[in-house]
Design a protein around this ligand. Structure first.
Ligand code: BES
Ligand code: ZN
Ligand code: ZN
Length: 518
C-alpha cells in the first residue's frame, strides 16, 4: 500500500473514498449520543449533517457509516468512522478506527482511499485531553498500515485485493503542526512496516519456517537494512557451551539457529558514543514449533504452537524499525531458535544440563523449553557487552490464565529500566501489566540435584516462576521480560484486524530503545 501525506482542504480532495472520524461527545453514562465530527471543514460537516441528525450512527469505536456522492465534496464517497466517547479518547482509538476504515474499504473493491486527519480541536477543550499531534499522526498511519494485512499467503483464491494507495489529508496549518504531523507519519510508516514484517514471520507454518529459515529471513532483512547479521548453528552453540539451548534443540532433525543482529548508530561526522554508553540486548524466543517434547502437549490446539517464535519475530521486527529510525544507541538483537520435538534424541525430564553461564539445570518438564533457550541467549548477550536486556517470549500458559488476552506480562529486576518501558506504552498503545519476580519466589525453582530446575514444580505462579528462571541468567544486569503468550495471536476478529498474528511488543520495544538514545 502506497501511503501519502498531503496538506490541503479534505473537502476539495479528489478520491473514491474519504474517511472522517466522529466521536460521541455526550457526558454521562446514560446520555444520548452527541455526535461530533473531528473536522473543521464546514463542507464535510454539512455533507454528513442529515446522517448525524438521524440518530442512526452512535459513534462507537470502529462503527462505520457510508454516504455516496456526498454533496459539496470532491470525494465520491464519505465514510464516517466512530472513535467512541470523546472523554476517553486516546491515540489508540485513532489507530483502531483508521484500521476499521481500511478494513471496511478493502473487501468492497476500493483501491484508492483517503483519511481526513482527525482535527481534535474541532471539539472544545472540555471534551478532549490534548492529544500530541505527532502521536496522533503516528497512530493513524500505523493503524492504516497494520490493518491492511490479511493472512491469505497460502490461499489459492485471494478474495481481498489490496488497497493500492492511501492518502492522509491534513489541514495546512502552522508550520510546527505540519512538521509534527509529517514526523508522526514518517515514524508510523517505519514502525508499522516493521510490525507487519514480524507478523508475517509468525504467520508462517513450521514446515516452512524452520530455525534455519528464520535465520535466513533475519539475515535477508539485515542485509536490506544495512545491519550486521550472523547466523550460527549447532557447532557454534557447542563452542559457546550453550547446554540449555542445545538440550532443547537435540530432539529435532532441524538444526537450531542462533541469530545475532547488530545495529550501530550512524552518527554525525566526528561524533562518537561515550565509552560508557548503554548497549541494549534484545533476546527473542524462537521455538518454530513447540510440541512440548517428551512432556508432550495434548493434540487440541497444538497447531497454534507454530507461533512460539513470536518473541523472536518481535525482536527481528524491532531491529527492522531501529535500522530505519537510527536512534543513537547500540542495539544487539539475539534470536534463539529451535524446534521442540519428542524423539529418540530428545531431552527428558530428570536430565541435567549445564547452561552457558555455568549454572546446572534439572529438567522437570520438557515443555518449559523457552526459558532454556533464553537462558543461554541472555547470558550470551551479556558476553557481547549488553548493559541492558529485554526479552520477549510466548513463555507460559500461566500468564494467559493471569492476564487473559488483553494485557501481556511484564517482569523486571530494575525500576529505572522498567519505568522506561512503561513510559513508552503511551506511544505504542500496547498493554503490559507488571507481575512480580522478587526473590521471595526464588526457592520455587531450587532443584534437589542441580542449581535450579526448569519449572516451579506446581501449577501456582507459573508466569512468575518462569520469570525467576530467566532472572537467574540476567543476574544484576537491568532486564525486562515480556511474556506475550496471550497477546501474540489475535483470536478474535475486530473491525481493525483479522484473526492471526498481532506483532505485539514490536512497538513497545522500539519505544524502550529510543529512551536510551543519547
Ligand atoms: N509455548 C508454551 C507457552 C504457551 C502455552 C503459550 C499455552 C500459549 C499457550 C511454553 O513453552 C510452555 O509450554 N509452557 C508451559 C510451562 C510449564 C510446563 C511449566 C506451560 O505454560 O504450560
Ligand atoms: Zn513448551
Ligand atoms: Zn514454548
Amino acid at each position: 500500500m502506497d501511503m501519502k501525506l498531503v496538506f490541503q482542504d479534505a473537502a476539495g480532495f479528489q478520491t473514491p473514498l474519504l474517511t472522517v472520524f466522529a466521536v460521541d461527545a455526550s457526558i454521562g453514562k446514560d446520555a444520548d449520543p452527541l455526535i461530533a465530527l473531528l473536522t473543521t471543514s464546514d463542507s464535510i460537516t454539512n455533507a454528513a449533517a442529515s446522517l448525524i441528525a438521524s440518530d442512526e450512527f452512535k459513534g462507537a469505536l470502529g462503527e462505520q457509516a457510508m454516504l455516496h456522492a456526498p454533496a459539496g465534496l470532491k470525494a465520491e464517497r464519505l465514510l464516517i468512522v466512530g472513535l467512541g466517547k470523546a472523554k476517553t479518547l486516546s491515540v489508540d482509538e485513532v489507530r483502531k478506527a483508521a484500521g476499521a476504515a481500511v478494513r471496511w474499504a478493502k473487501p468492497r473493491g476500493v483501491r484508492q482511499m483517503a483519511i481526513a486527519f482527525p482535527e481534535e480541536h474541532a471539539l472544545s477543550d472540555e471534551h478532549l485531553e490534548n492529544l500530541p499531534c505527532t502521536l496522533l499522526s503516528r497512530a493513524l498511519t500505523e493503524g492504516a498500515i497494520l490493518s491492511e494485512r490479511d493472512w491469505d499467503t497460502y490461499k489459492s483464491d485471494k478474495k481481498d485485493r489490496s488497497i493500492e494507495g492511501l492518502t492522509i489529508v491534513a489541514p495546512s496549518g502552522e508550520e510546527s503542526t505540519t512538521r509534527e504531523i509529517q514526523q508522526g507519519f514518517d515514524e508510523g510508516k517505519i514502525i508499522a512496516s516493521a510490525q507487519n514484517f514480524a507478523r508475517a514471520l509468525v504467520n508462517e507454518p513450521s514446515n516452512v519456517l524452520t530455525p534455519t529459515e528464520l535465520g535466513r529471513r533475519a539475515a535477508a532483512m539485515c542485509s536490506e537494512k544495512g545491519l550486521k547479521c550472523e547466523v550460527y548453528s549447532t557447532a557454534k552453540l557447542e563452542e559457546l557451551k550453550m547446554g540449555a539451548f542445545l538440550a532443547v534443540a537435540k530432539g529435532s532433525v532441524q538444526p537450531p539457529a542462533l541469530v545475532v543482529m547488530t545495529y550501530e548508530p550512524k552518527l554525525e561526522k566526528g561524533k562518537q558514543l561515550p565509552k560508557d554508553a548503554p548497549v541494549l540486548g534484545l533476546v527473542g524466543k524462537g521455538i518454530t514449533f513447540d510440541t512440548g517434547g517428551i512432556s508432550l502437549k495434548s493434540a487440541e490446539g497444538m497447531e497454534k504452537m507454530k507461533y512460539d517464535m513470536a518473541g523472536a519475530a518481535a525482536m527481528i521486527g524491532a531491529m527492522h524499525a531501529i535500522a530505519d529510525l537510527n536512534p543513537a544507541v547500540k542495539v544487539i538483537g539475539i534470536v534463539c531458535s529451535a524446534e521442540n520435538m519428542p524423539s529418540g534424541t530428545a531431552y527428558k525430564p530428570g536430565d541435567v544440563f549445564t547452561a552457558m553461564s555455568g549454572k546446572t539445570v534439572e529438567i522437570l518438564n520438557t515443555d518449559a523449553e523457552g526459558r532454556l533457550v533464553l537462558a543461554d541467549g541472555l547470558h550470551y548477550a551479556k558476553t557481547l557487552g549488553c548493559t541492558h536486556l529485554i526479552n520477549a517470549a510466548t513463555l507460559t500458559g500461566a500468564c494467559v490464565v493471569a492476564l487473559g488476552m488483553i494485557n501481556a506480562g511484564l517482569f523486571s529486576n530494575n525500576e529505572d529500566t522498567c519505568e522506561r518501558f512503561t513510559r513508552g506504552l503511551r506511544a505504542s498503545g500496547e498493554k503490559f501489566w507488571r507481575l512480580p519476580c522478587t526473590d521471595d519466589y526464588k526457592d520455587l525453582i531450587k532443584s534437589q540435584i542441580a542449581d535450579i530446575q526448569n519449572t516451579g514444580g506446581s501449577r501456582w505462579g507459573g508466569a512468575t516462576t518462569a520469570a525467576m528462571f530467566l532472572k537467574e541468567f540476567a543476574e544484576d544486569t537491568p532486564w525486562i521480560h515480556l511474556d506475550i503468550a496471550g497477546c501474540a495471536w489475535n483470536e478474535e476478529i475486530k473491525p481493525w484486524h483479522p484473526k492471526g498474528p498481532s506483532g505485539v511488543a514490536v512497538r513497545s520495544i522500539v519505544e524502550w530503545v529510543r529512551t536510551f538514545a543519547s
